[in-house]
Design a protein. Structure first.
Length: 222
């Protein structure tokens, strides 16, 4: 990509960011009390709304299970029952168990050791090696739990920016993520807030059906 185009794209991306921030204010995302809770939430939020994840997190918290040691000691069936509101609960219980097995097999159950030992792409690569953790989940954990500058390119991101002509409708995860990684400064705080603002916009305005473009703060860019 030539410098002029890159600078133009960067300006457009920051204009989008500033318009959403002005409309919505800081989002305070990710809503997790501990880094382990953030990881659990990232795994549970696959293919479901965050409101459902909150119910599952509440179930785990009420049982005193939002600690690696406690959750690792649960049988899969009991864990699945606790996270049922998040949907696909048997699959997600297995994914949580896979992560916990990796954590205890390699780091004696220490979240701090796991998140601090690997820097940059190393942590992401390790996460992707755990069965059930895909690119979006890995990036969510890297950004929100480990404070590493990995942009989270979810379905909202693709929908918003393809509708505004910055991505093709057939763009995959890597291409969507690269739009931000290649054009924005690799700042954790920026990536954190930008992703949260996109989620807000996608959820409330840029809907799959019947989008509310006339009310969206990004309508000025159409």
């Amino acid at each position: 990509m030539n410098t002029a185009l890159k600078n133009d794209t960067a300006r457009k991306l920051m204009d989008f960011h500033d318009a959403m921030l002005s409309a919505f204010g800081p989002q305070g995302w990710w809503p997790g009390k501990t880094r382990f809770e953030v990881i659990v939430g990232a795994i549970l939020t696959q293919n479901t709304a965050w409101t459902n994840v909150e119910k599952a997190i509440k179930n785990l918290r009420s049982g005193g299970l939002l600690k690696p040691q406690k959750m690792h000691g649960l049988k899969s069936g009991e864990l699945a029952a606790r996270i049922k509101p998040a949907g696909y609960f048997n699959i997600k219980a297995t994914r949580l168990k896979n992560f916990l097995d990796h954590l205890f097999d390699n780091y004696d159950g220490s979240i701090d050791r796991f998140l601090s030992k690997k820097k940059g792409p190393g942590l992401r690569a390790e996460l992707l090696g755990i069965n059930g953790i895909g690119p979006e989940t890995a990036d969510s954990i890297a950004l929100y739990a480990a404070s590493l500058p990995e942009f989270v390119a979810d379905a909202y991101t693709k929908r918003v920016f393809s509708r505004h002509g910055l991505l093709g409708e057939d763009a995959g995860y890597d291409e969507t993520k690269a739009l931000f990684m290649d054009n924005l400064a690799p700042e954790v705080r920026l990536f954190n807030e930008y992703h949260a603002l996109i989620v807000k916009t996608g959820k409330d305005f840029c809907r799959p059906r019947e989008p509310r473009c006339h009310l969206c703060p990004l309508k000025i860019f159409l």
